[in-house]
Design a protein around this ligand. Structure first.
Ligand SMILES: Nc1nc2c(ncn2[C@@H]2O[C@H](COP(=O)(O)OP(=O)(O)OP(=O)(O)O)[C@@H](O)[C@H]2O)c(=O)[nH]1
Ligand SMILES: [Mg+2]
Length: 542
């Protein structure tokens, strides 16, 4: 076995010393050869440049050869991959340098991959470097050279160690020699091969974006080349593709159009059917189409909110109470002018009852006025008889707290009932009023008709319906009278009348038509009188 020293000598003898270790120095060497020394781009680092020149002269080599030698050393120096790359480049360029004076440097930008490979003239003052060149140039030629030698020595040590281990030191030496001898042409050849691979897009080692990324990953993970290679060669994870099951509606909204039971059209139909009952009461009311009969009645009686100027133009004296209850262009508001004789009679209060036992004997046919508190019952009695102030009224709900009996002449009786529902009274008191009213309308013998007053603006309320149900059960004749028509538009008066007519269409005890009045304006009062007079006309004395 050859000794360690002899092997070292052998290696040193065969290994050519590196002249340059940076591409910049390499360029300088070329410049030296091509007499481009005076180029301003190389004004920096003259000392190292001088060393380079000196070394080049000492070796007696041309710059191209220097590059070639550099390539060899690079190949040996597997510790720094980046240097190996320059060595290859150097080797590659060396061919060009030998071929002619036109010098170009094929610079491969590691970061950007093969697409960014471009020719850069060396002689220009572009001074471009790879990121590695830049650092090396800054370090100065001496340090670089020294580090290269150190690496070379380390390499020799490694070769020796391998040879020792295998007991084939000579072979190891040969390997080393072959490696160094073939390095120049080998590097060029390899470079060509790599270029071919690069063009195929398969090269991962030399200058591709993926190699850069790989290096970065390796640096991050602390893996060596092989591990990094393995890491890189590992099959890439497939991207997770979320497959949507069209039958899965767990995350679907109703309006996505995917349903279990039916198609989109069916869903829309269901939605529409759902929408209908969800219409607001106001919207439902606005959708009512009154019958022509009702509309004509409203117009004929000037029901609804009207402008005073219009009433004036129509010949009504707006200075009188309930002017529309008067004959147009008549200054008289006397009750003698009332068309129905029965209502010309004097209205006299004769009894009040808080309980049913206090009811007066049913000697006369009675017409009662029922309804919620403040609906205008008492006011309507005054308006019908044109005797203002006989029946007490108030804007405060719950004024009438007893059943008040009024004689209208000697043959008829009008009954003012206490209101139910909203009233400024205790609950138990209101309940007692309600019970009294219910008892009266359901049991009163002489009761000919109940005028159920409904506020035109608000319509029927549950308690109204309760009373209706009671009168239906007791077969008490009742007639709906819409009050305070002067506070709503004429069309709404008609709508309300239509609405109530429709809602009570199947009721048997209801007397049609729905009457519409305004005690304030007098509209519709005459018509109501006529309707009530017909009752009294055929009513027999009990
Ligand atoms: N605008 C307008 N107001 C009216 C009409 N009728 C009555 N009013 C007013 O409504 C308020 C209540 O009238 P009342 O006649 O006391 O009502 P009520 O139904 O007897 O009330 P209770 O006795 O509490 O049950 C009063 O302020 C009246 O001026 C009407 O036709 N139009
Ligand atoms: Mg009253």
């Amino acid at each position: 076995m050859p000794s360690e020293d002899s092997l070292r000598k052998k290696l040193r003898k065969n290994a050519t010393k590196p002249v340059v270790s940076t591409s910049r120095n390499f360029i300088r060497a070329k410049k030296d050869e091509n007499s481009f020394e005076k180029n301003g781009a190389f004004g920096r680092g003259n000392e190292s440049e001088g060393k380079l020149k000196k070394r080049g002269n000492f070796k007696g080599m041309r710059s191209g050869e220097e590059v070639l030698e550099r390539g060899k050393l690079r190949t040996l120096d597997s510790g720094g991959k980046k240097k190996r790359i320059y060595a290859k480049k150097g080797g590659d360029k060396n061919v060009k340098l030998e071929n002619g004076m036109e010098v170009s440097k094929k610079r491969t930008l590691i970061r950007n991959g093969e697409k960014r490979v471009k020719d850069v003239p060396v002689e220009g003052n572009d001074g471009h470097h790879t990121m590695w060149d830049h650092d090396k140039t800054r370090n100065g030629g001496f340090k670089v050279k020294r580090s290269t030698q150190m690496r070379k020595e380390r390499k020799e040590d490694v070769v020796l160690a391998i040879a020792k281990q295998k007991g084939k030191a000579e072979d190891a030496g040969k390997i080393g020699l072959v490696g160094t001898e073939d390095q120049g042409s080998g590097s060029v050849k390899r470079s060509r091969d790599k270029k071919t691979e690069l063009s195929k897009g398969k090269n991962q080692e030399v200058v591709s974006g993926s190699s850069f990324a790989k290096k970065k990953a390796r640096d991050r993970t602390g893996l060596d080349d092989d591990d990094a290679e393995m890491l890189h060669d590992r099959p890439k994870k497939k991207k997770r593709v979320i497959k949507i099951d069209p039958h899965d509606i767990s995350n679907k909204r109703l309006d996505d159009g995917i349903g279990v039971n039916g198609s989109k059209e069916e869903k829309e139909k269901e939605k529409e059917s759902e929408k209908e009952p969800k219409m607001s009461k106001n919207a439902q009311f606005r959708a009512i189409q009154p019958s022509p009969l009702i509309l004509s009645f409203v117009e004929k009686n000037l029901l609804g909110r009207r402008r005073m100027i219009d009433l004036k133009r129509a010949g009504y004296n707006i200075d009188l109470s309930a002017p529309l209850d008067n004959i147009p262009f008549s200054s008289s508001s006397e009750r003698e002018k009332i068309e129905e004789n029965i209502f010309r009679n004097k209205l006299d209060f004769f009894a009040a009852a808080k309980v049913s036992s206090s009811f007066p004997p049913p000697n006369l046919p009675e017409i009662a006025f029922a309804g919620r508190s403040n609906v205008g019952k008492s006011s309507l009695l005054n308006a019908l008889t044109r005797q203002w102030g006989v029946v007490r009224t108030s804007d405060k709900p719950g004024l009438t707290q007893t059943i008040n009996f009024f004689n209208l002449g000697t043959k008829h009786c009008l009954v003012d009932l206490p209101g139910y529902g909203f009233a400024y009274a205790k609950e138990e008191v209101k309940e007692s009023w309600e019970e009294l009213v219910k008892e009266y309308v359901s049991t009163r013998v002489g009761l000919r008709r109940v005028c159920l007053l409904i506020d035109t603006k608000w319509g029927m309320k549950p308690r109204d319906l309760e009373l209706i149900e009671l009168m239906e059960r007791s077969k008490t004749k009742y007639q709906i009278v819409l009050t305070k028509t002067d506070v709503v538009f004429p069309i709404d008066v008609a709508r309300r009348a239509m609405q109530i007519e429709e809602s009570l269409f199947q009721n048997k005890s209801v007397v049609k038509p729905v009457m519409m009045v305004s005690s304030k304006s007098g509209a519709g009062i005459r018509s109501l009188r006529t309707a009530l007079a017909n009752i009294t006309r055929f009513a027999r004395r009990l």
